[in-house]
Design a binder for this molecule. Structure first.
Ligand code: MG
Length: 206
């Protein structure tokens, strides 16, 4: 069950060059932001795969939480980090893109953000190394130093353009290696920060 209410989930697309390449898409010149419903997040170790898609992909991402404190410019700072999966209905996303329609159906279905517990981080967000394995096989490895838009750029951009509130989450993009999840797959994701923070989470997909 979700342990607390999450209102807004701001997410950035194509923030790693190698993932943009594997999708055959250009890298944006400003952050490309989309929303997932707050109620799409789940902290349950059992994740229900959305039945409206035949091609749900995992996108492992560093998740940051906006806290209650603001910097000297009045912008909320991050206060916690987690690891999560920006689950994406790739078949529906391709159809929606072809029609120039919004991505909501492909990105914001029930349980589309399995997310770990949060760990407190300082406002000067450290870098993270993170990875995802499925059924014991490594699928994705990332290092946030490879992000096209860094945490500070994303924080400023999102805060200045959207009604960000304390407790909102930011999904910071996925590295290469996205692939399909199937019923009964078991996934394990983890990160380690440059300051020694560690998080690990496991999910089974039903
Ligand atoms: Mg993503």
């Amino acid at each position: 069950m979700i342990q607390r209410i999450i209102r807004n989930i701001w997410a950035v697309g194509r923030n790693y060059q190698a993932h943009a390449n594997e999708m055959g898409q250009p890298v944006p010149s400003t952050p490309m932001i989309f929303l997932k419903a707050g109620s799409a997040a789940t902290m349950s170790p059992e994740v229900r795969l959305y039945q409206g898609s035949k091609d749900i992909h995992h996108e492992v991402e560093i998740v940051l939480r906006f806290g209650t404190k603001a910097d000297s410019n009045g912008r909320l700072e991050f206060d916690a980090a987690a690891i999560g999966l920006d689950l994406t209905a790739r078949d529906l996303q391709a159809e929606l893109k072809a029609k120039s329609h919004p991505w909501t159906l492909a990105k914001s279905f029930r349980d589309s953000l399995p997310v770990s517990a949060m760990v407190a981080i300082p406002p000067a967000v450290p870098h993270f190394k993170f990875e995802l394995s499925v059924n014991g096989e490594t699928r994705q490895r990332g290092d946030t130093r490879d992000m096209i838009f860094d945490f500070e750029t994303l924080r400023t951009y999102v805060f200045d353009n959207f009604p960000v509130e304390p407790g909102d989450l930011l999904l910071t993009g996925t590295p290469e290696g996205v692939a399909r999840l199937k019923t009964d797959d078991r996934a394990e994701a983890s990160f380690e920060s440059g300051l020694g923070h560690r998080v690990r989470a496991e999910w089974i997909f039903r």
